[in-house]
Design a protein around this ligand. Structure first.
Ligand code: 5GP
Length: 128
């Protein structure tokens, strides 16, 4: 995987419905769909429809860490709210995990910001 230089990813094709996905929740700003390679009985990805510089190549560090500015506060809140809606819909409110993998050492593979919502089994800590 490469750092986000603003190039489209597979998630843009999912947003545009050019490739199919199993959608769990959708609104104007946010799309939630099932991970193609689930790591738990429930594994849903929650993404912003517009990348808007999120996970952009961080200008100072030159590393592809999670990138956000104050102006991203609203969409970040909407993503977390959507994660909560997904957990409720999927019946995992009793115990679930929300994860952002940021950068190669965290095994990020798609450079379009996404929240993993995981549940339906005992989620151990530390995750490894
Ligand atoms: P990352 O490792 O970047 O945090 O997570 C990317 C996730 O996207 C992985 O869990 C991977 O299984 C999932 N993924 C990659 N390509 C596709 C796809 O085409 N469709 C769906 N539904 N999930 C995908």
């Amino acid at each position: 995987a490469t750092a986000d230089s603003g190039a489209p990813t597979i998630f843009d094709k999912i947003i545009n419905k050019e490739i199919p996905s199993s959608i769990v929740y959708e609104d104007e700003k946010v799309l939630a769909f099932r991970d193609i390679n689930p790591q738990a009985p429930v594994h849903v990805l929650v993404i912003p429809k517009v990348r808007d510089g999120l996970t952009e190549l961080a200008k100072v560090t030159k590393l592809p860490y999670l990138y956000a500015e104050a102006r991203h506060g609203e969409i970040l809140g909407q993503l977390l709210y959507a994660a909560r809606i997904v957990a409720e819909k999927e019946g995992i409110l009793d115990g679930f995990r929300v994860v952002i993998n940021s950068g190669p050492s965290a095994c990020q593979s798609v450079y379009h910001l996404h929240l993993h919502v995981l549940g339906g089994r005992q989620m151990n800590w530390p995750p490894g």
